[in-house]
Write a protein that binds this ligand. Structure first.
Ligand code: DQA
Length: 149
């Protein structure tokens, strides 16, 4: 199917211990294992990275150029204000799917704005860790429809 890079941003390394009522009990490693399983089933080669640093996330996005067909990104709080991450996604021209565990539109006002969404194929939010699995399926459908070219 293609190559897929899953990027998680700040504080998502704390999943499973952080605000469990909002973000669930699974650790990022557990979630990534499930996502890897789905990716494999759909014929993707998948890699996973996480960083708490904006510049490191931008470097991951840059180095994805020519190496990955789709990006899945949960930029954490950077979602709401990182024009630099937005510009990086736009620059590399790799179809990108934005994921959030929580429904960012049903929380504090400042979370409902994503500066990343306009440069993405689409956004999946509110389904907890299943959102990443849904994003892998969406990526497969997107590529199968020939929209990745
Ligand atoms: C989040 C939502 C963001 O507002 C928050 O800053 C996060 C997690 C989510 O997955 O629901 O760190 O991206």
């Amino acid at each position: 199917m293609g190559r897929l890079l899953v990027i998680n941003g700040p504080n998502l390394n704390l999943l499973g211990t952080r605000e469990k009522d909002i973000y669930g009990k699974k650790s990022l490693d557990e979630i990534n294992r499930e996502v890897a399983g789905e990716a494999k089933k759909l014929g993707f080669e998948a890699d996973f990275v996480q960083s708490n640093h904006e510049g490191a996330i931008i470097d991951y996005i840059h180095s994805a150029r020519g190496r990955y067909d789709v990006l899945i990104i949960n930029p954490g709080a950077y979602t709401h204000y990182s024009i630099a991450i937005r510009d990086a996604i736009k620059a590399v021209e790799i179809p990108t799917i934005e994921v959030h565990l929580s429904n960012i539109h049903a929380r504090e006002e400042f979370r409902s704005k994503s500066v990343i969404a306009p440069v993405c194929v689409g956004q999946i939010c509110g389904f907890g860790s299943d959102g990443y699995v849904l994003a892998v399926r969406a990526a497969a459908m997107f590529l199968a429809a020939g929209r990745g070219k």
